[in-house]
Design a binder for this molecule. Structure first.
Ligand SMILES: Nc1ncnc2c1ncn2[C@@H]1O[C@H](COP(=O)(O)OP(=O)(O)OP(=O)(O)O)[C@@H](O)[C@H]1O
Length: 588
């Protein structure tokens, strides 16, 4: 990466140099025309001798300006290409090694924004804005230097609008960094309100709450409009004044009026005024272009800050003493975990998962079930204590070995844009077609796949829709084929109707055979046959045992069980602490 950055820097320096040379060359034709005009107005007899060399100089320097400008653009795009490639590679490499928990909590959106949008914002800055700013800053310098050689008083007058414009622009831009941050935040509020509205439209409409959500969206757009109006109002006068001061008409008026006073006063001749009238507007005009570019520069800076922040996100530390699990017994000892480093979401967890057994995690919403299960595939590292698989601390198990040992079937099953067979093959790309089919049969999804237009070869695109239960069975087939000895299942029956649920249960029994299974359960009925049921509350284990023992104990589990039974029987009044009835579940 360092080598590439050095190369990018070198190329950018060359591009800036070419652009500056091109911009300077671009002023020469104006100087030549000014000289010709001077001769025309003072009727100099030397015109014939000087005309053609001046015309040739103007043409050649105009051509040189064109060539140098194109070369600068080419070099800056090459530099930008290298930078984008290097950044995208580095971002992809880094995000690939970030804790899975970070990715699931931040969402794909943040990574997409850095890899796509922010890198693109840098493209605008590196490939275009840098050269534009170079051009508009260099050209006036030569024009001004030439004018000073003619008459320092009129040259100072030509520089006056530039100085005034720069002052007014800096006043208009004062506090722009904070305003840009606020602008981004206000846009963010609109987009999350829009996403909330479009993603949750079905649920929102079902509960007759579309007006409230619609109002939230309107409030976000109104808030943005208020902020933007007040921003524009405070800067409008100064930025308009700045644009006016540097506009060619105003500069020309100033030079002609003051120039006329100079000529009538006998301080200069009308012919000597001509170069100022021709070149004066070109001195100040670039300021009008630089002003809007400042926004792009700030947007580029903000994008660079976000990219750096993503690249600075700590990776899970890799162990100096790698270990490989021997067996599939899972142990948690004195495990605590905190997301924010202040509040423990799990505390003092002691748990053993024996090979060949099914352990179910139950408890109210927010009690820590998903967090606890996520510690097995090392979505996060524990804050205290240790999680071991086959005697090896998960922090010491190299990632590839860990994922060979721990599989997970998540509630939100993601299918890739690939054939159905390749989707099942994800955990073991070398598996043959017969192995894929065997896994699909065991997961009770084979019949559904054969109904698809091209069977196992059917591409999973928007045209092919699988129900939630079917996705779960595909995911179970994946896990069966991957054959990890330890499996974490997140509420595998959440989507199921009774028929589908029976299919999933069958698939799960096949999956459970000989493995260490941890199931996050929201409906207690689905795990009543589990070897052990662990009840979590407030991040602690409050009860554990099998279904019969826990019912007999008349504790927390018994209350949850009765609440769910009552809810199923239609008596909804007692379900307030039932996880199945929690609003979070409904909205997932
Ligand atoms: N990524 C996260 N960042 C910060 N806090 C989180 C994160 N994920 C979960 N939490 C918090 O940790 C606690 C435990 O959440 P967890 O999702 O593990 O509970 P759960 O029992 O699985 O809940 P549910 O049944 O609703 O899925 C909750 O207070 C939750 O708000």
């Amino acid at each position: 990466m360092r080598g590439i950055l050095r190369q990018v820097r070198g190329r950018l320096a060359l591009a800036v140099a070419l652009q500056a040379a091109g911009a300077l060359a671009g002023v020469v034709p104006f100087i030549a025309v000014a000289r010709i005009a001077v001769h025309l107005t003072d009727g100099s007899p030397a015109l014939g001798e000087e005309l053609w060399p001046l015309v040739t100089l103007a043409c050649l320097s105009g051509l040189a300006a064109l060539l140098l400008g194109s070369a600068a653009g080419l070099v800056s795009h090459l530099a930008d290409n290298d930078l984008q490639l290097a950044l995208r590679r580095r971002l992809a490499g880094h995000t690939g090694r970030l804790p899975l928990g970070w990715i699931t909590s931040k969402g794909a959106g943040e990574i997409k924004r850095a890899v796509q949008d922010d890198v693109h914002a840098l493209h605008t800055l590196v490939a275009h804005t840098l050269l534009d700013v170079t051009a508009v800053l260099t050209a006036p310098l030569l024009a001004l230097a030439y004018l000073f050689t003619l008459d320092w008083r009129l040259a100072l007058l030509s520089a006056l609008p530039l100085a005034l414009g720069a002052y007014l622009f800096s006043r208009a831009m004062a506090g722009a960094a904070a305003r840009m941050a606020e602008y981004g935040a206000a846009l963010g509020r609109i987009s999350s309100a829009a996403v909330e509205f479009s993603n949750g439209i079905a649920v929102v409409k079902t509960f007759g709450r579309s007006r409230q959500v619609h109002e939230r969206f309107l409030a976000a757009t109104d808030g943005f409009s208020d902020f933007f109006t007040s921003w524009v109002r405070t800067t409008l006068v100064t930025s308009t004044a700045a644009l006016l001061v540097v506009s060619p008409a105003v500069v020309l008026l100033l030079l002609v009026v003051v120039g006329a006073v100079f000529v009538t006063g006998g301080w200069t001749s009308a012919a000597d005024l001509v170069p100022f009238v021709l070149l004066g507007p070109a001195v100040a005009a670039p300021m009008g272009v630089v002003g809007p570019r400042i926004q792009q520069i700030r947007a580029g800076q903000a994008a660079a800050t976000r990219i750096s922040a993503l690249l600075d996100t700590p990776l899970l530390p890799s162990s100096a003493t790698p270990a490989v699990p021997r067996g599939s017994r899972v142990s948690m000892r004195e495990v605590s975990f905190s997301y924010d480093g202040r509040t423990d979401v799990l505390s003092g967890i002691d748990l053993d998962l024996e090979p060949g057994t099914v352990t179910a995690l139950v408890g109210p919403s927010g009690s820590g079930k998903s967090t606890l299960a996520a510690l097995l595939p090392r979505f996060h590292d524990v804050t205290a204590g240790a999680v071991t698989i086959g005697g090896a601390d998960v922090r010491d198990i190299p990632a590839a070995d860990l994922y060979r040992h721990v599989g997970f079937v998540l509630q939100d099953v993601r299918l890739l844009r690939a054939s159905v067979a390749d989707n099942i093959r994800l955990g073991r790309p070398s598996a043959g077609d017969d192995q894929v089919e065997r896994a699909a049969r065991a997961a009770q999804i084979h019949d559904r796949i054969t109904e698809l237009p091209a069977g196992y070869a059917t591409e999973v695109t928007t045209g092919v829709s699988f129900s939630g239960g079917e996705r779960q069975r595909l995911s179970i087939a994946r896990a069966l084929l991957a054959d990890a000895p330890v499996l974490v299942l997140d509420e595998a029956t959440a989507y199921a109707d009774p028929y589908c649920e029976a299919l999933i249960q069958d698939a799960l029994s096949t999956l459970a055979a000989g493995r260490t299974l941890l199931v996050i359960a929201h409906r207690l009925a689905t795990v009543r046959h589990a070897d052990r049921i662990v009840v979590l509350d407030g991040g602690r284990i409050v009860e554990q045992g099998n279904h019969v023992d826990l019912l007999a104990a008349e504790g927390r589990y018994a209350r949850l069980w009765r609440a769910q039974e009552a809810a199923q029987a239609g008596t909804t009044s007692t379900v307030h602490d039932s996880p199945a009835a929690s609003p979070e579940r409904t909205s997932r």
